[in-house]
Design a protein around this ligand. Structure first.
Ligand code: AQP
Length: 329
């Protein structure tokens, strides 16, 4: 049976191979068998200050990259979050059904706010907006990277809480979908942190549109360790293990096979080959991206997507308002 799938990416910078291997790769795999809705979550992006012109550029960039990695707007609904008002509307209703205690426990909030008094309220409420995004479409499956596990659990808690109070079929209780390999790609310069769009060091990540020179520099300088053995051991050898994971997912090779192929060789050999593998894996994405940008089709795709998503969202908003006794009709 076809399931409803929902996920999103923040337009906070250039999408990197962590976003791709952990999340977007799943978006593409799921779209043939399911009813998929993929969003560019711009309301999430403004939880930290953004330059308006850059934000608009990033929104269009993420939309084009969605298509470039293989999301087909004829199969999946692709749209921008703020084009559908139901996200903000449902978010407020859910905010009135969530607790400050549970939100203060979210590790992403703790990391991003760094316990600062001036951290924005939006940053604090971020997971509730994410719950609204998911519940607004009666989503069954949410394909995301491992870093979003806690937010998915919170979404489920809120859905179950509301269902207990307002009727079992108010919300569909969704499930996260996490890949076995690639669900958490680590930063190249510091394998104890996840690869991130907003990390200061450009060499910490490889973005899908990076040129060959940048890819080479980032991989050749990736932090490893001093024992020189190519072995998959994320706890004791996080740098090399991260490189093996990236290599393995891009080529469809198991890490055990890679360990065997590189037995007795140094990190230099592994890195050199990974540069080639990465360049070749990203080449078709870069070419497709250029084609999409040149086609001038994006505004129409996003307008159609917003219309389709808006119609679906409207049904859930009507149901929720009726259950909560909101509005005059
Ligand atoms: N390092 C990662 N490895 C695997 N998956 C990842 N994701 C993010 N980083 C990794 C997954 O990518 C999807 C989109 O992420 P997002 O843009 O919505 O927000 P994020 O998780 O906060 O990603 P970034 O890159 O770290 O962005 P910034 O720096 O702006 O916060 C999600 O499914 C996420 O799990």
């Amino acid at each position: 049976m076809r399931k409803r799938v929902f996920s999103g990416v923040q337009p906070t910078g250039n999408i990197h191979i962590g976003n791709y291997l952990g999340a977007l790769r799943q978006f593409v795999q799921l779209q043939d068998e399911n009813d998929c809705i993929y969003c560019i979550v711009d309301l999430h992006a403004i939880t930290t200050p953004k330059d308006p012109r850059e934000l608009r550029e990033h929104i269009l960039n993420v939309a084009a990259l969605y298509m470039a990695v293989g999301i087909d707007p004829a199969k999946s609904t692709v749209f921008v979050q703020s084009d559908v008002p139901g996200h903000a509307e449902l978010s407020w209703i859910l905010m009135c059904n969530s607790y400050t205690g549970e939100l203060s426990r979210m590790t992403q909030f703790k990391d991003k706010s760094r316990a600062s008094e001036s951290a924005g309220t939006g940053l604090f409420a971020y997971p509730v907006l994410m719950a609204a995004d998911i519940l607004l479409y009666d989503s069954d499956i949410v394909p995301v990277g491992n870093d979003q596990k806690q937010h998915i659990e919170l979404t489920r808690d809120i859905a179950i809480r509301v269902n207990n109070k307002y009727g079992e079929d108010t919300f569909v209780v969704p499930e996260g979908r996490f890949l076995k390999e690639g669900a958490r790609i680590m930063a190249l310069d510091d394998p104890s942190a996840k690869m991130s769009k907003s990390a200061e060091n450009e060499l910490s990540r490889i973005s899908l549109l990076d040129d060959e020179a940048k890819i080479k520099k980032a991989i050749m300088r990736a932090t490893t360790d001093s024992d020189g053995e190519i072995r998959f051991d994320p706890e004791n050898k996080p740098g090399v293990s991260n490189l093996l994971t990236i290599y393995g997912v891009f080529t469809g090779t198991s890490v055990a096979e890679l360990e065997k192929n590189y037995a007795g060789q140094g990190y230099g050999a592994l890195k050199k080959d990974l540069v080639e593998v990465t360049i070749e894996s990203l080449r078709p994405i870069r070419e497709k991206y250029a084609e999409i940008c040149a086609s001038g089709e994006l505004p129409r795709i996003l307008a159609d997507g917003a219309e389709q998503a808006g119609a679906k969202a409207e049904q859930v908003i009507r149901r929720v308002k009726e259950r909560f006794g909101l509005g005059s009709r």
